[in-house]
Design a protein around this ligand. Structure first.
Ligand code: ZN
Ligand code: ZN
Ligand code: ZN
Length: 238
C-alpha cells in the first residue's frame, strides 16, 4: 500500500517490538484485589452484611404499608435481595476472582501510542482542513511572493499553497506537541481510582508514556520525510 520503505520498516519493527514485549512482559499481571483483599467478596452494602431484607427486617411482611401483606422487596423470604441473605456480594473490581489485573508496561505503551497516533492524525487533518479553507477564503495569498515572518497569521496558509513539504515540516511538530499534551492531560484526568489508570502503577504509567512518546516522535519524523508517498497513497484510496 505505502511506497515508503521507512514506514514499512517502522511498522515491521513495531510489530516485532510489541510481539517480543507482550511475550516477555505479558499483557497484564494480577495482584491481590485491593477492594476485597483477594477474597473475591465484599460486604453487602444493602444489608451491611447482616443478610436480612432492609424493607421488612427479615420478617417477610410488609411492615411499612400493610403488615398483613407479603414484603414486596423479598417476596416473604426475609433475605436481603442484593446478596440472597449471605451478607456478601461478588467484588465488582475483580468480578469475584480476587485478582486485580494491572497493565503491563508493554500494554501501557500500546494504549498511549494508539492514543497519540489518533490525536496526531486528527490534529493534522484539522490543520489541513483549516489551511485549505483559509486559502480558499483568501485567494490573494496565492499571489504573495515572499512572506518572511513565520508569526504572520497567514504564513502557514501561504506555505500550504506554495510549498506543501515545508508546510508539513512546520505542522508535523505542532501536531506532535499537541497530541502529547492532549494524551498526557487526558491520562492525568483519568488518574482517579475508578479510572483505567487505577490499573497502572505510577512506574508503568511513566514507562508507557515515555516509550509511546518516543515511538510517536519516530512516526512524526517518518510522516514528514515520506509525506509525499503517504499522501499519494491516501489519495489513491479516495
Ligand atoms: Zn445483603
Ligand atoms: Zn423483606
Ligand atoms: Zn476484589
Amino acid at each position: 500500500m505505502f511506497e515508503g520503505v521507512r514506514l514499512k520498516l517502522f511498522v515491521i519493527g513495531l510489530i516485532v517490538l510489541f510481539s517480543v514485549g507482550f511475550y516477555v512482559d505479558r499483557f497484564a499481571y494480577g495482584k491481590t484485589c485491593p477492594e476485597c483483599g483477594g477474597t473475591g467478596e465484599v460486604v453487602c452494602t444493602s444489608c451491611n452484611g447482616i443478610g436480612t431484607c432492609s424493607w421488612c427486617g427479615g420478617s417477610g411482611k410488609d411492615r411499612i404499608f400493610n403488615p398483613d401483606a407479603v414484603c414486596p422487596l423479598c417476596d416473604g423470604t426475609g433475605d436481603c435481595r442484593m446478596c440472597d441473605g449471605t451478607g456478601f456480594r461478588n467484588c465488582d473490581a475483580c468480578v469475584g476472582s480476587g485478582v486485580f489485573w494491572m497493565f503491563s508496561a508493554t500494554s501501557a505503551t500500546l494504549v498511549f501510542f494508539i492514543a497519540l497516533l489518533l490525536s496526531f492524525l486528527a490534529l493534522f487533518g484539522f490543520e489541513y482542513f483549516v489551511h485549505s479553507l483559509w486559502l480558499n477564503r483568501n485567494p490573494w495569498v496565492r499571489d504573495v511572493k515572499e512572506m518572511h515572518f513565520w508569526f504572520n497569521p497567514m504564513f502557514l496558509t501561504w506555505l500550504f499553497h506554495l510549498d506543501r513539504k515545508k508546510w508539513v515540516k512546520w505542522v508535523t511538530p505542532i501536531c506532535l506537541v499537541g497530541a502529547i499534551l492532549i494524551v498526557f492531560d487526558f491520562a492525568l484526568i483519568l488518574v482517579v481510582p475508578s479510572g483505567i489508570l487505577s490499573r497502572m502503577t505510577p512506574e508503568i504509567f511513566l514507562i508507557g508514556m515515555v516509550s509511546a512518546i518516543g515511538l510517536m516522535t519516530l512516526v512524526s519524523l517518518i510522516w514528514y520525510k515520506d509525506y509525499d508517498k503517504i499522501s499519494s497513497a491516501f489519495s489513491t484510496l479516495e
